[in-house]
Design a protein. Structure first.
Length: 208
């Protein structure tokens, strides 16, 4: 639903009035459309990032942020993801929830958030969502296991993006598999040839 849980609503109106005031909460709960919730979420995040909240206010703010991250509208959840993907207030549980969401929501988390567990990334790669896979292929660092999974299940665009990413660790066996799947495409062959892990054997296989 579009309403925050009743307990959060009550706490917001009672405890958070000095910062996120009651008119914000009323607008959030009573007006249709996504813009009021996105505006309120943006204000909330800015206040959290300022670091002036008490411990009780921080807990309340996180409760409200989690409610926004679970909003019924993907547009609101996507706004949350873009707003906090590079923010110190992003918690591990919110990051995982957003990363498992639809691609519209998950992409900024999957591409830019460091420290996502490898097993989480492997599970998401296994979904074979091309937008999510492309985001993961462009991460600042990509592990050998995740690279192998992307080459095995990704499309040609994802594989090229991965191979051109110097932050991706790619085993020789993964390059061989990339050559087997997509070596007939010049763009893939060139990307493989430019990798530091490439061997003469892989080049000979592509030529053959």
């Amino acid at each position: 639903t579009r309403k925050l849980p009743d307990a959060i609503e009550a706490r917001a109106a009672r405890d958070y009035d000095a910062r996120l005031n009651s008119s914000d909460v009323d607008r959030l709960l009573n007006q249709p459309g996504t813009k009021p919730r996105i505006d309120t979420m943006t204000k909330l995040v800015m206040e959290m990032e300022e670091g002036d909240l008490t411990d009780a206010e921080k807990r309340l703010a996180l409760d409200i942020l989690r409610a926004f991250a679970a909003d019924a509208e993907a547009e609101v959840r996507a706004a949350v993801a873009w707003q906090i993907h590079n923010s110190p207030i992003l918690t591990a549980d919110i990051a995982e929830k957003l990363a498992r969401d639809v691609a519209q929501v998950a992409v900024p988390i999957l591409k830019y958030v460091d420290g996502l567990p490898e097993n989480l990334l492997l599970e998401i790669v296994a979904e074979r969502d091309p937008q999510k896979q492309l985001a993961i292929a462009g991460r600042r660092t990509v592990s050998e296991a995740v690279s192998a999974a992307l080459v095995e299940t990704g499309n040609v665009v994802t594989v090229v993006h991965l191979l051109r990413n110097r932050g991706a660790a790619v085993r020789e066996a993964t390059l061989t598999r990339a050559a087997e799947r997509f070596g007939q495409f010049r763009i893939v062959a060139d990307s493989i040839a430019a990798r530091p892990e490439v061997t003469i054997a892989i080049v000979e296989r592509m030529i053959a």
